[in-house]
Design a protein around this ligand. Sequence first.
Ligand SMILES: Cc1ncc(COP(=O)(O)O)c(C=O)c1O
Length: 387
Amino acid sequence: MALESAERTRHLTPSATLAIDARAKTMKAEGLDVVGFGAGEPDFDTPEHIKAAAMGALDAGFTKYTPSSGIPELRAAISEKLKADNGLSYEPSQIIVTCGAKHACFNAILAAINPGDEVLIPAPYWLSYPEMVRVAGGEPIIVPTSAENGYKLTPELFREYMSPLTKMVILNTPGNPTGTVYSENELAALAEVAIDEEIYILSDEIYEKLVYEGAKHASLASFSKEVYNLTFTVNGFSKPYAMTGWRLGYVAAPAHLAKAIDSTQSHTTSHPTSFAQKGALAAYKGPQDCVAEMKKEYDKRRRRFCDLLALIPKLSFVKPTGAFYILANISKTGHSSTEFAEKLLEKERVAVVPGKAFGDDQTVRLSYATSIEQIEEGARRLAKFCK
Ligand SMILES: Cc1ncc(COP(=O)(O)O)c(C=O)c1O
């Protein structure tokens, strides 16, 4: 009999979002007319000047190992960006460039969590957080939030679910899959609890550039020295610059934690791809109008999609003000989220992600990182299906 895989891997499930996206892409490749609302990635191409920088780096032979935390000029550019955009003071030495924001989160969790430690994760959550905590030997503690309060963690809920074993809370604003954006005051109230109880905060800010209707992104670690000392700030290039396949993100943390992450990374991935880092440098140093243009387009799609979904009586949703997702409540259809997603794909050829993957079986996630035409066609099919 074959030996089993290690204990830490046995309860892991493959990413549902990647799986549904792969299925929709396979159906499309077979010639089927699928409308894809499953993808968690921009449908835009990476801006030309970023691609040119990476190609230039390749041509120049920039194809060897780099320092494990990333090339110095990129870490310096990230440090400047965090200061200018987010009011955050991180020295380049406190910044580790990683293979995507996902890897940045994982690195932070590995650096902070001992076996048995508890990590609070407000639900609906980005599906990788609990699995990462488990791999690190920690215990994910899921904190349910509700549509009524905009899917936000409150200080009261924070305290209710906390225990002496709580080591970290994960906050993701703007949020996937909810599109929720926390206000500065709301974050400050949560920071107070974390400071009182000495709990680390993983602040995942990957969607910071995608905020709408006057919503403002705030970076927790900028509030005070006390919260700064507890926070891992995660960000990256995938969503704002349409660079998902490049695998580039970063984590910034207090010096001793950054050092721990650097050591871990130096023995695992070594560093992110050399010439891709040159692309990221161009992303931060180059013109930013590409980001504004993509955001404008997402906003147009968001408003159109919300208008169309509001016409479907069996669906309800909290209007998102961030990221590029709408979380629709499907409980009136009588289906579980998995049944709903499977039947919708089978009957109407529309791909959505079942909320079960995000810790909420009453919802499905619809990504509007697709064209207005696809949104209109998909909404038409959704309305037909819900009837
Ligand atoms: C909340 C959140 N954090 C992190 C990531 C990972 O981004 P990256 O592609 O940079 O690894 C995603 C991607 O979907 C996300 O939604």
